[in-house]
Design a protein around this ligand. Structure first.
Ligand SMILES: [Zn+2]
Length: 236
């Protein structure tokens, strides 16, 4: 069974300037996907709950899933959160603390316009509901491209900032663009995170808790039958 973690980015419709449309899931399709999982009796975990289950049981729970969202986009609050709240679903959002409350081009693809991130108020409201907030580095740095001291800084400072914001432990981490190194894994572990997620460069073996794969839900999953096929291995 693959690691039962789904990775989303933007829950929104792409605007005309967008070159990489793959990271967009429309609110309508997202609602359909969540309704599908609910109807099929999938259980929802935060990333931390899922890792704790694994640590206690030596395996991931069957027919379960942790939803994760990278980058902390405002659309997660505007479009995804109402759907999650309606269905009573929990999730984990990986924040870039230097972008909180800002509209910036820091995390967008080259040539794309600035995009709005979650505000402090959005984050606190979602946290009160039960959404977990993990780290995605302080500045969305690609960790295989920077010096070890900078890796350490990005990993540690982002954790501190999120904990200061929410007064809750920040326990999970997602590597920007999925890239990690041995140094990065060690830095994440030393900082006190319990697990770290890649996308497809990690491992399906859950004993490697600092290099876990996730199942990316991309535009190619926009038809429900495609999504159903993608999540099927989690139900067996
Ligand atoms: Zn990212």
């Amino acid at each position: 069974m693959p690691v039962p973690v789904l990775a989303y980015h933007k829950i929104d419709r792409p605007t005309a300037d967008i070159k990489l449309r793959g990271a967009f899931t429309s609110p309508r399709n997202f609602a359909k996907q969540m309704a599908y999982l609910k109807k099929r009796d999938f259980k929802f975990y935060t990333a931390t709950e899922l890792i704790e289950f694994y640590r206690n049981n030596g395996a991931f729970p069957q027919k379960s899933v942790a939803l994760t969202f990278d980058d902390g986009w405002k659309d997660n609050y505007t479009f995804a959160f109402p759907i999650l709240r309606d269905l009573g679903i929990k999730a984990t959002i990986f924040l870039v603390p230097s972008c909180v409350g800002k509209t910036t081009a820091k995390v967008v693809a080259d040539g794309e316009s600035e995009r709005e991130h979650l505000s402090i108020e959005d984050i606190r409201e979602m946290s009160d509901y039960g959404i977990e907030f993990g780290s995605h580095t302080l500045n969305h740095k690609l960790l295989h491209k920077i010096a070890p001291e900078e890796v350490k800084f990005e990993v540690e400072e982002s954790k501190k900032e999120i904990e200061n914001l929410l007064h809750k432990p920040c326990q999970t981490f997602a590597y920007p663009a999925g890239f990690f190194t041995e140094t990065a894994q060690q830095a994440v572990k030393n900082a006190g995170y319990i697990a770290a997620f890649s996308t497809v460069y990690g491992d399906d073996d859950a004993s490697h808790l600092y290099a876990l794969n996730r199942i990316e839900i991309l535009r190619r999953n926009r038809f429900l039958f495609q999504f159903a096929r993608t999540v099927k291995p989690l139900a067996s």
